[in-house]
Write a protein that binds this ligand. Structure first.
Ligand SMILES: *[C@@H]1O[C@H](CO)[C@@H](O)[C@H](O)[C@H]1NC(C)=O
Length: 420
């Protein structure tokens, strides 16, 4: 047993306080026992698939940030990843369920995404060329990234209702793709199946019964392809918006040790063009209430229906539809982001993936210049200071003072404590 070195992060909203003079607060950190534990690599950021003509509210903030289009040789890009030592990167998003991998025998032609308003999510199917996948892996391995890849879970299914999709998942293309990936020696930490296809759904949904069976199939594929490897990747699902009944059913049907991490998405601030984004970000009651219920119920669902699994936030960008312009890429957004990192940790979330590393208005890096936005530094700060052990805190301070305590990451960071 080593010493527990608690480290604090104060996120304070001090607007109006100066007029009243100094106020004093009592904060008690209980360092005797951990209340939760995150993964060693808790901070994660996403890469999405959107082409440059993806627009919301007459704003097209994706540029060439999508996985097929990104300038992988931009010098800032590699450096931004390397600063974390090992940054988790999740490749996924709405269009992942329309991506064809250009390997093996194909059931659909492999063509780049094209804007088509009538199609699901406004685009045709897209293509991941293996030459692109090679380039991407070269960069990811060079930068020490820990990769989660979201597989196309609509492959082979057909529309059966307004949003419902039916039929079993056709795993043939994913199988060829995973086989190719392993044959090239590319290290994938985790394979995730599907993006936002659970119920309630945004654009397309699959029943929990069918999804559970598909997870059993993915597990069998992974077992077979990785049988000679010394480490086996994790399996993640469903990367959707949490509902207790759908998630419970998925865990029940897929059964023990199939889904290793249950992923869910959070967009608790509202649509990107909402004029009240900043008010919500700076409202402690809103911050406390808008996601704690989800975290708590997911923790409970896992405890009852899938104690073998852990909870991950697979995608979270604050404001949905590409983020809030002049909000998600500015300093004020960190009041939301850091609070989320603290809260998610308290509920035993192992990994928290920020939408996005680059792309949209919520990128940690600017879409065109690759310059870090304020939240990039918040992510890096958290990553370097906050250890795995989460401690409980009693605060008798104003609700505007948000306090979270973790064991420190190392002895070095405990020195930094004095300067926080
Ligand atoms: C990126 O930076 C440029 C230049 O500062 C700015 O005009 C643009 O709005 C930024 N893009 C995004 C998506 O934040």
């Amino acid at each position: 047993m080593g010493f527990v070195l608690p480290l604090f992060v104060f996120v304070a909203y001090l607007y109006g306080v100066s007029a009243q003079g100094p106020t004093y607060a009592t904060i008690i950190v209980k360092s005797a026992a951990k209340i939760a534990e995150t993964d060693d690599q808790f901070i994660c950021a996403t890469l999405d698939w959107w082409p440059s003509d993806k627009c919301n509210y007459h704003d097209c903030p994706w540029g060439k940030s999508g996985v097929p289009y990104l300038d992988l040789s931009h010098p800032t890009f590699a450096k931004a990843i390397q600063a974390f030592g090992h940054l988790r990167i999740r490749i996924g998003g709405s269009l992942q369920d329309k991506v064809v991998y250009n390997v093996g025998a194909l059931k659909y032609p492999c063509h780049p995404f094209k804007k088509m308003d009538k199609w699901l999510f406004g685009f045709t199917k897209g293509c991941l060329y293996m030459s692109r996948w090679d380039e991407l892996n070269l960069l990811l391995s060079k930068t020490g990234a820990i990769v989660t890849f979201g597989l196309n879970a609509l492959y082979g299914r057909h529309k059966t209702g307004k949003v419902a999709w039916g039929g079993a998942w056709d795993s043939s293309n994913a199988r060829e793709f995973i086989k190719y990936t392993v044959s090239k020696g590319y290290h994938i930490d985790s394979w995730e199946l599907g993006n936002e296809l659970s119920e309630p759904a945004v654009g397309a949904s699959v029943s929990a019964e069918q999804y559970g069976k598909d997870m059993i199939e993915l597990n069998a594929i992974i077992k077979e392809i990785y049988k000679n490897s010394h480490s086996r990747p994790l399996i993640l699902a469903p990367g959707g918006f949490f509902s207790a009944s759908w998630y419970a059913k998925l865990l029940e049907i897929s059964g023990p040790n199939v889904v290793n991490a249950v992923t869910h998405h959070l967009y608790n601030l509202g649509p990107g063009n909402d004029p009240h984004l900043v008010d919500r970000i700076l409202d402690p009651h809103y911050l406390s209430q808008s996601t704690s219920d989800t975290f708590q119920k997911l923790q409970q669902t896992i405890k009852v229906h899938g104690p073998w699994a852990s909870a991950w936030v697979g995608e979270s960008g604050g404001a949905y539809n590409s983020g809030g312009r002049h909000v998600s890429n500015t300093f004020v957004d960190s009041f939301w982001y850091l609070d989320q990192l603290g809260m998610a940790s308290k509920y035993n979330t192992k990994v928290y993936c920020r939408q996005t590393l680059i792309g949209g208005n919520y990128g940690l890096l600017n879409t065109t210049t690759f310059t870090p936005n304020p939240d990039y530094y918040s992510a890096l700060f958290w990553h370097r200071l906050m250890g795995k052990g989460v401690l409980s805190v009693d605060s008798k301070a104003s609700a505007h003072l948000r306090v979270y305590a973790h064991c420190s990451k190392s002895r070095v960071s405990s020195t930094l404590l004095q300067n926080v």
